[in-house]
Ligand binder design. Sequence first.
Ligand code: URA
Length: 253
Amino acid sequence: DAIDQRPSSCHASIAKSWVCSDTSPILALIEVERKPCKVDDMKVHVANHPLISHKLTVLRDERTDSPTFRLLVEELVTLLAYEATREVRTKTVTIKTPVTATTGLVMAEPRPVVVPILRAGLGMLEGMTKLLPTAQVGFLGMVRDEETLKATTYANRLPENLSGRQCFILDPMLATGGTLVMAINYLIERGADEITAICLLAAPEGIKVLEDEFKNSGVPITLVTGSLDEKLNEKGYIVPGLGDAGDRLYGVV
Ligand code: URA
């Protein structure tokens, strides 16, 4: 499997065992032992693939310019989306090949909903819709106060009713977790069935916040990330990180 899977925990009755990559020195910094837990605990998938590592290294490099950065983000999201969509719902259909009749799987209705979090999540949309061209797209505009690190919402264009829908949130940086908690709560309030967040980088502090917040939400939540970084610094930036994702994508505003 190209992607290692680290759960916060696993129920003793779940047959699947989730393991943490032992190849990443960063992962070794956090507690990784298996422990008993509830079925609806958050799942965390951390990529362990040389192409993802390569692209992330170039992305992190301060010398990488915006056009290259945007291209790399798109490529990385497509690779992460491959894993994130592993559980996308399908139905069986009958078709005819030039040789014979057969059955196959196609994506089921209703289609998934993709929610980029503006501004930086917009840079991830193209890479995601490459894999899911028929997905519906909703938008959330959120900004983090650089002093308090609290997120506020300035735009909300989500479908009113998300019951029965699988949702994918796109946010490049899981730092304090404030933005993602708010975004996930908007989706849960509207009835989302299953939520997967795709983040290029994640900090252990942010993962812990998500795990605590959604422990008993009853909605399956998954995080797929390209890297579990070391920590947050005093300004709430991910270390080693890549700086401000929005600025690096679109320039400083
Ligand atoms: N948002 C960013 O763009 N970068 C960080 O390191 C943390 C939050």
